[in-house]
Design a protein around this ligand. Structure first.
Ligand SMILES: NC(=O)c1ccc[n+]([C@@H]2O[C@H](COP(=O)([O-])OP(=O)(O)OC[C@H]3O[C@@H](n4cnc5c(N)ncnc54)[C@H](OP(=O)(O)O)[C@@H]3O)[C@@H](O)[C@H]2O)c1
Length: 328
C-alpha cells in the first residue's frame, strides 16, 4: 500500500510517499481502508519532533481518519467488514490502510461523507471537552475564542453558540471572521488590526470574558487573560503561534480567575467512558444538523504535504482533508 512517511524530522516538504507493507489486524483491532484523513496543527509539530507524542521513525502523520473496515482481528465482535467508521488515531492516517483498536471506532452517521467524518473528532472532541468539562461554560456567558477560524477554534465557536454563550471570535483576517459569524459568533475581533484586550472589554460591557479559549499562545495569551472576567476561566489549548507564554501569576489573583489546562488526547485515554458519552452527544448534535464540520480544502494523498503546509502557513480555515483512493 501507499503511505506518506516521515523518515527524518523536518518541514512538510520532507515527507515522502512510498510503498510499505499492509498492516495486519491484531487482537481487538481492525484494518480500515482509509478514505479521508484530516490534518491538524499537531501534524505540523509531530513531523518536526516538537509534539508531545513521539512515534519512532519512520511513521505516517495524520491523526484522524474515516474509511471502511476491510479486516477484523481476533476478539472483535462489535465491528464488521464493510462498516463505515471514523476514528482519532494520533498518527498513521496518511496511508491507504491503518490498523486501529476496534474500541476507538465511531460509526459514520448515514448521509455523511468521508471527508467531513474524518474532520470531526479532533476539533469537536477537544472543544466540547474544553468548554463543557473544563470551563463549565454556562448559557449567557461570554466566550472569547482565539484563532477562531482554525480547526479547534471554529468548533469552539459553533459549540459555544450551541451551548448558549455569547461568542466573540478573534482571528487575524476579516474573511476568517466572516466564516466565524456563519458558525455562530455574535461579535468579532480582528487582532491583526484591533487591540485584543480593549476590544474584549468593550464587547463585554467592561466586565471581561467569562471564558477564553486559547489555541494560539504567543503574544495573544496575556492580553486575553488581562481581558478575563472576575472568576473567569482561561483555557490553555495550544501554541500555534509558536511561543509558550510566561504569564504573570498576579493576574489570576487579581481576577480570582482560573487558568485551566486542556489535554483532550490524555483525557480520552484516562477516561474512555466519559469520552464515549461526549462523542455520543456530539454525534447526536451532528445528526440533528446542529453541527456542520467545515472542510475548506482537500488534497489527494500524493499532495498531503501541501495540506500540512496550509496549517503551518496560517492559511487554513476550518479543516483541511486529504482524500485517499477514490473517496470524496
Ligand atoms: N489541548 C488539546 O487537547 C488540543 C487538541 C487539539 C489541538 N490542540 C492545539 O490547538 C492548536 C490549534 O490546532 P488546530 O489543528 O486547530 O490548528 P489550525 O487549524 O492551524 O488553527 C490554528 C490557528 O492559530 C492561529 N495562529 C496564530 N499564529 C499562528 C502561526 N504562527 N501559525 C499557525 N497558526 C497560527 C491561526 O489563526 P489566526 O491566523 O486567525 O491567528 C490558526 O487558524 C494547536 O496548537 C494544537 O496543537 C490542542
Amino acid at each position: 500500500m501507499k503511505a506518506v512517511l516521515c523518515k527524518e524530522f523536518g518541514p512538510p516538504e520532507s515527507l515522502v510517499l512510498e510503498e510499505v507493507d499492509e498492516p495486519v489486524a491484531g487482537a481487538q483491532q481492525v484494518v480500515v481502508d482509509v478514505k479521508a484523513c484530516a490534518v491538524n496543527f499537531p501534524d505540523v509539530l509531530i513531523i518536526q519532533n516538537l509534539y508531545q507524542f513521539k512515534p519512532p521513525l519512520p511513521f505516517s502523520p495524520g491523526a484522524e481518519i474515516a474509511g471502511v473496515v476491510s479486516a477484523v482481528g481476533p476478539g472483535v465482535d462489535a465491528v464488521s467488514i464493510g462498516d463505515r467508521v471514523f476514528a482519532s488515531t494520533g498518527w498513521g492516517g496518511l496511508a491507504e490502510k491503518l490498523a486501529v483498536g476496534a474500541d476507538s471506532l465511531v460509526p459514520i452517521p448515514d448521509g455523511i461523507e468521508f471527508g467531513p467524518a474524518s474532520s470531526f473528532l479532533y476539533a469537536y472532541g477537544t472543544s466540547h471537552y474544553a468548554l463543557k468539562d473544563r470551563a463549565r461554560l454556562q448559557p449567557g456567558e461570554s466566550l472569547v475564542v482565539l484563532g477562531a477560524a482554525g480547526g479547534v477554534g471554529l468548533a469552539a465557536v459553533e459549540l459555544g453558540a450551541l451551548m448558549g454563550a455569547k461568542v466573540i471570535a478573534a482571528a487575524s483576517s476579516d474573511d476568517k471572521l466572516e466564516l466565524c459569524r456563519e458558525y455562530g459568533a455574535a461579535e468579532t475581533i480582528n487582532y491583526a488590526t484591533e487591540d485584543l484586550k480593549t476590544r474584549v472589554r468593550e464587547l463585554t460591557g467592561g466586565a471581561g470574558a467569562d471564558v477564553v479559549y486559547d489555541p494560539v499562545g504567543g503574544s495573544y495569551s496575556e492580553p486575553a487573560l488581562r481581558a478575563t472576567a472576575w472568576e473567569g476561566r482561561f483555557l490553555v489549548i495550544g501554541f500555534a503561534a509558536g511561543d509558550i507564554p510566561a504569564i504573570p501569576l498576579n493576574l489570576t489573583l487579581l481576577k480570582g480567575c482560573e487558568i485551566v489546562g486542556v489535554f483532550w488526547g490524555s483525557f480520552v485515554m484516562r477516561d474512555p467512558e466519559h469520552h464515549r458519552r461526549n462523542v455520543e452527544e456530539l454525534v447526536g448534535w451532528w445528526r440533528d444538523g446542529k453541527l456542520r464540520p467545515h472542510v475548506s480544502s482537500t488534497y489527494p494523498l500524493d499532495r498531503a504535504a501541501e495540506a500540512i503546509r496550509e496549517l503551518a502557513d496560517r492559511k487554513a480555515k476550518g479543516k483541511v482533508v486529504v482524500t485517499v483512493g477514490d473517496a470524496g
